[in-house]
Design a protein. Structure first.
Lengths: 484, 218
């Protein structure tokens, strides 16, 4: 199996040691009082919210999180294994913009875009998990995180990668998940969703994200620790320096989580970008950002933790050759690095925009990437000596049983997103480019795909819980846009 | 009984089973059933179905060829029986087809031949590396409705033009439709050399041939 590596064991250990130094000498700023108390009790030195963490404590906490976890479908009938060499793609998360499906212009995303995206992801074979990919502008901000989860739970069975926007948000979202799966015990033993908890680079935990991380630990919810440093601006300009810092940020999260509850499930994540010194933008598709993301995952694997990265997105502002090239490279590198959760498909414009057409194209790239890392067999049956003998010089293999039998086994057969026609057939079928073809496929999938409906009882319960939570914000469900 | 064995023949083609196709064809003859009916309702029907699936992108060329070979395996015995009975399969039209001089590629031509036969054409396959002179002779002798010129390489496709010119010089061009085929062939090329059509793949070739037959009967 092909396997991409940037770091030797020695280099990883050097980075690890440097991160421990940072945590002990520089420390991290933690803006959550409950966490500060717990950390102090665990042996950290706390000086006006700056927490210096002793190396022994970090080493000890690192031994505790599980090396893999299972992420279940809404119905609990199937699970994805998060860990080892398994790769799971899900859409890039929390875009505020959307590529309009008729005008191709970038505009603010609305709830209907999210509904369509979720239904589309439900239909796409190689995008194995949902994510709360859009922040709809027509939904009140204070309940936006809850609403996104509500839309997914009603429109798809696939496991979910999500996150909360407020301190209370995580527990509310937990209640919604419990309503659907039938109770907190079921949810703890078979989690349906991973929650992103992001430290703020450099070396800070906000009150909200720290609370989310602690709530996850407390309730056995898998938490994905996702630092998002911008190389050169909020982390050192060098790849290695950024790795030292982002690793320290993740390790501080490991300590917070494991101090709350030993053995709480965690994922070693990252949303690495390179700060563009010409346009002052966060370029997630800069080659150095991709290298750093892959190398960071190597460190996570060295710790024996499941890994995550933002890869497969593009900084282009539209679906074009740049978006294809950047996403193709990112999705392939993620596969070759065997990163367990890969967030990015569909995403454009420095993590700020989603496009359904790009998502459909990226799905094809993900399928190709799965094929890439499958490698190939050299068993005697596929060495094909017999069939070479049978066909002989000047013959052909098209009529051979060996060809028919191995075609579908060894070859990824793309959809018509990938044009394989002769120039004439292509012209005859309308001379459509990849974007036109993606639009047609998107239209067809949205028209034809019927997601498994949420069972009546679970649906009623979800409605009740959601209404209950909304009441606290004094927002009636009827005031929100219809999901139909 | 008839219907059952015809369905088995069709299934043998769909399952790419040459041996079974041959066995069933011989059984048809032994039972004294109509070999023409067995060909059309059995073997050809199976191949047309695989051809349709190929057109839809559900079957691949390797499967289409395998199905064609399974049909040929059974058709050999049935055709002998048809000849023995002095009967004739009522053909939609007659085609003469070959690969042009300098080109020894036969895979594409052979699959088109079989597909045309399955569609109900009488096909005279004149092989590979065929000179303009031989094409002219065969057209003169067999009086086909359609002549098919196959070329795989850009270096040999010029021969297609040479053959069309030779047919014109011999005064035969008006009486025969010309289809060109092969990987490098395009619509522009068809117009440039004055052919009547081209098959972009085997299934397309059959469609074009059927269209040209309609034109001839207008």
């Amino acid at each position: 199996m092909p396997d991409l590596r940037f770091l030797s064991k020695k280099e990883i250990e050097d980075i690890h040691t440097a991160s421990l130094d940072v945590l002990e000498k520089t420390g991290v700023l933690v803006k959550n009082y409950e966490a500060l108390e717990l950390l102090e009790k665990a042996g950290c030195i706390v000086d006006s919210q700056v927490v210096r963490i002793p190396q022994d404590l970090v080493e000890d906490c690192l031994k505790r999180p599980p090396s893999s976890l299972k992420l279940w479908t809404r119905e609990g009938d199937r699970s994805l294994s998060v860990g080892n060499d398994n790769v799971i793609y899900n859409p890039g998360s929390a875009a505020i913009n959307f590529i309009d499906r008729n005008t191709w212009e970038m505009r603010r995303a609305v709830s209907q875009d999210l509904v369509q995206l979720v239904r589309l992801v439900d239909a796409l074979k190689y995008i194995q998990a949902q994510s709360t990919a859009i922040v709809p502008s027509d939904i009140p901000e204070e309940i936006s995180d809850l609403y996104r989860l509500y839309v997914i739970l009603k429109n798809s069975s696939k496991p979910i990668v999500t996150g909360a926007f407020t301190k209370e948000g995580l527990m509310d979202m937990k209640r919604m998940l419990e309503a659907v799966v039938g109770g907190s015990e079921t949810l703890t033993s078979a989690p349906r969703a991973i929650f992103d908890c992001c430290p703020s680079s450099p070396l800070m935990w906000s009150d909200v994200t720290c609370q989310n991380l602690m709530d996850c630990a407390d309730h056995g919810i898998p938490a994905e620790i996702v630092p998002a440093p911008q190389i050169g601006a909020t982390s050192p300009i060098t790849v290695a320096g950024t790795l030292v810092q982002s690793n320290a940020e993740i390790l501080s999260g490991v300590v917070i989580s494991q101090t709350v509850k030993s053995g709480a499930p965690l994922i070693y994540g990252g949303s690495l970008s390179s700060f563009d010194m010409r346009y002052c933008t966060a370029r997630l598709s800069a080659i150095e950002a991709m290298i750093t993301a892959c190398a960071a995952a190597e460190i996570g694997k060295h710790y024996g933790m499941p890994t995550h990265a933002y890869l497969g997105l593009s900084d282009s502002k539209t679906v074009d050759p740049q978006s294809g090239f950047e996403s193709g490279l990112g999705i392939s590198l993620a596969a070759l690095s065997h990163i367990n959760i890969v967030s990015g498909p569909g995403m454009l414009a420095c993590e700020n925009c989603q496009s359904l057409e790009k998502l459909v194209i990226d799905n094809e790239i993900c399928g190709t990437a799965y094929r890439l890392i499958e490698g190939f067999s050299t068993d005697i049956s596929v060495l094909a000596i017999d069939v070479i003998e049978k066909v002989g010089p000047g013959g052909h293999y098209l009529a051979e049983k060996h060809t028919r039998e191995n075609l579908r086994k060894e070859h990824f057969i793309p959809s018509d997103i990938i044009c394989r026609m002769t120039p004439d057939s292509w012209r005859k079928s309308g001379s459509k480019n990849a974007l036109n073809r993606a639009k047609e496929l998107t239209d067809r999938l949205l028209r034809e795909h019927v997601p498994t409906p949420l069972p009546k009882e679970a649906d009623d319960y979800l409605e009740k819980v959601f209404k209950d939570i909304l009441a606290r914000y004094e927002i009636p469900l009827s005031k929100l846009p219809s999901l139909e | 009984m008839c219907e059952e064995i015809f369905k088995d023949l069709s299934d043998a083609v769909k399952n790419y089973d040459e041996d079974l196709s041959r066995i069933l064809a011989n059984k048809v003859i032994k039972l004294g059933l109509d070999p023409i009916e067995a060909l059309e309702k059995g073997l050809a029907k199976g191949l047309r179905e695989v051809g349709d699936r190929f057109g839809q992108g559900e079957a691949f060329i390797t499967e289409l060829i395998a199905a064609a070979q399974a049909m040929e395996a059974g058709a050999e015995a049935l055709n002998e029986e048809i000849a023995k009975r002095g009967a004739r399969r009522k053909a939609i039209g007659r085609c003469v087809i070959g690969t042009v001089e300098g080109d020894i590629h036969s895979i594409g031509k052979n699959i088109v031949v079989t597909m045309l036969r399955a569609a109900g054409f009488e096909v005279i396959d004149i092989g590979i590396d065929v000179s303009a002179r031989v094409f002219v002779e065969k057209v003169k002798d067999s009086k086909p409705d359609i002549v098919g010129l196959s070329a795989l390489m850009t270096t040999t496709m010029n021969k297609q033009k040479e053959i069309i010119d030779a047919l014109s010089a011999a005064g035969l061009r008006r009486n025969v439709k010309v289809i060109v085929g092969g990987a490098p062939v395009t619509r522009e090329w068809v117009e440039e050399i004055g052919a009547d059509g081209c098959g972009l793949d085997a299934a397309d070739a059959v469609r074009v041939a059927l269209d040209l037959m309609k034109e001839r009967h207008v």
